[in-house]
Design a protein around this ligand. Structure first.
Ligand SMILES: [Zn+2]
Length: 184
């Protein structure tokens, strides 16, 4: 906790004055470009690896970057997706998985101590080569079950923690490629 509090004090002293204009603008409204769905894992920090600022991304995070299909009636998820699509009108949705995901370990090895986790990961991928990558594709499929997301572009990303590198799913080659290569 000490580190966290120290960070807040430091932010208020140094960065907040520097970003005064940005926060004054953000106080009036938010206009994020994209909805970013990521794992709750502490090592996955989208604002760091995508160099984004406050206001750039609307973010949903949970264990395993899972989007239950609409039939699952997960009110929290449906509300967040509705808000992103219908109020904020985001143009893109990114599902971002990562290497060494604990949710996928739970799929592979089970997790007797966390019964709710076991139920939650029923929505994760249960087959495929690299399950953490297959899980990204599975969640993209689930997003397609939401009629109000039809017009929004969907993207599958995967963060390799050791390399600190982001890979994007390439529809043409059907594999994840370094995002630099896909967009150069
Ligand atoms: Zn994870």
């Amino acid at each position: 906790m000490k580190k966290l509090i120290q960070g807040i004090i430091e932010f208020r002293k140094k960065r907040a004055p520097e970003e005064k204009k940005l926060f004054a603008r953000l106080a009036k409204e938010q206009r994020p470009d994209a909805l970013f769905i990521a794992c709750a894992d502490s090592r996955v920090a989208p604002n760091v690896f995508a160099s984004t600022n406050p206001g750039d991304l609307f973010v949903i995070r949970n264990v395993g970057n899972i989007v239950p299909p609409i039939e699952a009636c997960d009110t929290g998820m449906i509300a967040a997706l509705e808000f992103a699509a219908l109020t904020l009108k985001v143009a893109d949705i990114i599902v971002c998985g990562h290497s060494g995901c604990g949710a996928i370990d739970a799929v592979k090895y089970g997790t007797a101590c966390c019964p709710h986790m076991e139920k939650w990961v029923e929505y994760a991928a249960h087959e495929g080569g690299d399950l953490t990558q297959a899980n990204v594709l599975k969640q993209l499929e689930h997003l397609k079950s939401y009629p109000f997301l039809k017009e929004i572009r969907l993207h599958g990303w995967w963060f390799n923690i050791e390399e600190a590198a982001v890979y994007a799913y390439d529809d043409k080659t059907k594999r994840f490629v370094l995002i630099d290569d896909l967009h150069n």
